[in-house]
Design a protein around this ligand. Structure first.
Ligand SMILES: *[C@@H]1O[C@H](CO)[C@@H](O)[C@H](O)[C@H]1NC(C)=O
Ligand SMILES: *[C@@H]1O[C@H](CO)[C@@H](O)[C@H](O)[C@H]1NC(C)=O
Ligand SMILES: *[C@@H]1O[C@H](CO)[C@@H](O)[C@H](O)[C@H]1NC(C)=O
Ligand SMILES: [Ca+2]
Ligand SMILES: [Ca+2]
Length: 340
């Protein structure tokens, strides 16, 4: 027995030594690795320090002293022309931060929302805040969703990575809209250049609809069975800031191209199955009602294969740009909504 214990100890000691006795070559390489890791970390730290430019931050932080309800007011009152994040205040005094586009067509555009499709396969599931997160459900047809309430969510910096809605959506009295389609996850400082489509209206149409989408969708509820399929909301011509009618056409599926006319923005379109969609971006449906393939947002009840923030952009397979399927670029880009 003792002999066995002795043997066991010998083995144990050998194993221990084995694991500690690295060759000199190995030791060098481990040290090199540590040194390398350290260097990378230093570099990262240095970069972080470089980014924390105090003066710049102070200047940005000082923007909290401006008082305005929209980016247009900031532009007009303080004569600021720099794109970026600014603080705005609602009529009730609620302060929030959002992105101002101070350059497009004279600037003064307030980012109020973004519609982001996190899972085209998820049919009215988690992340489908602009349609329904509660499943395709015939009992949820009333349009008391996020197009027509004062609920807010998300952040301006995260607007291409998830849905975003700030108080400006219902608080600002605007005249026109601007829309940017920005590839998912792009950082704010590159949105403008990265956008695959950018346009705005210039006929002040929002004046006729209460000054914002909150009011517009009161008149045109985004609700199942609210009208027949030939009953669509208003459509308005757009002015292109990046892209044109032809590039807009190509962003949607070949079959869809036969139904719409590019060069417009349309609100509350109703499809064959009488589901309502909130916005047809860049197009006006003219000779067909399969709007679920090229319009976004909606109520909580669709054809079972259509529910979602981009209801059926993948009808003929995701991102294939064939049949009714929208292009991959379009399906994987967030839709940023601005007011002025
Ligand atoms: C980081 O900055 C320190 C001090 O400014 C400098 O000594 C160091 O070499 C820098 N490290 C790297 C990896 O650039
Ligand atoms: C920020 O505001 C403070 C207080 O008004 C002022 O003293 C400072 O110069 C401003 N900083 C910048 C970078 O504009
Ligand atoms: C509206 O957005 C909120 C997130 O704040 C979400 O919980 C809710 O489910 C959304 N409404 C619908 C109808 O999806
Ligand atoms: Ca979805
Ligand atoms: Ca979403």
């Amino acid at each position: 027995m003792l002999y066995h214990i002795f043997l066991f100890l010998v083995v144990l000691v050998l194993v221990e030594r084995g694991s500690f006795a690295a060759s000199p070559l190995e030791i060098v390489s481990v040290n090199e690795q540590l040194a390398h890791t350290e260097a990378v970390r230093n570099d990262e730290t240095n970069q972080t320090l470089a980014r924390t430019n105090f003066e710049r931050l102070e200047r940005l932080s000082n923007r909290s002293r401006y008082v305005a309800r929209s980016c247009k007011e900031i532009r007009d009152r303080y004569n600021l022309r720099e794109d970026g994040l600014y603080y705005l205040t609602t009529a009730n005094g609620m302060v929030y931060q959002t992105f101002c586009d101070m350059t497009t067509a004279g600037g003064g555009w307030t980012l109020v929302a973004s519609v982001h499709e996190n899972s085209i396969y998820g049919r009215c599931t988690v992340g489908d805040r602009w349609s329904s997160q509660q499943g395709n459900n015939a009992a949820l047809l009333d349009g008391d969703g996020n197009w027509s309430n004062r609920n807010t969510f998300g952040t301006a910096e995260g607007a291409t990575s998830d849905d975003y809605k700030n108080p400006g959506y219902y608080d600002i009295a605007a005249e026109d809209m601007s829309v940017w389609h920005v590839p998912n996850n792009f950082p704010l400082e590159h949105w403008n250049l990265a956008a695959i489509l950018r346009y705005h209206t210039d006929n002040r149409f929002l004046r006729l609809y209460g000054g914002n989408l909150f009011q517009l969708f009161k008149q045109y509820p985004v609700r199942y069975n609210v009208g027949s399929y030939n009953n669509r909301g208003p459509a308005f011509p757009i002015v292109y800031d990046h892209g044109d009618r032809e590039s807009t056409r190509l962003l949607y599926g070949p079959n869809s191209r036969g139904e719409f006319q590019p060069g417009f923005i349309t609100f509350r379109a109703i499809n064959n199955e009488r589901a309502a969609m909130a916005i047809c971006s860049g197009v006006k449906p003219v000779s067909g009602w399969n709007t679920e393939h090229y319009c976004i947002g909606g109520g909580g009840y669709f054809h079972p294969d259509q529910c979602g923030d981009f209801p059926s952009f993948d009808w003929d397979r995701l991102g294939k740009g064939q049949g009714w399927s929208a292009s991959k670029e379009m399906t994987e880009a967030a839709v940023l909504l601005f007011y002025r």
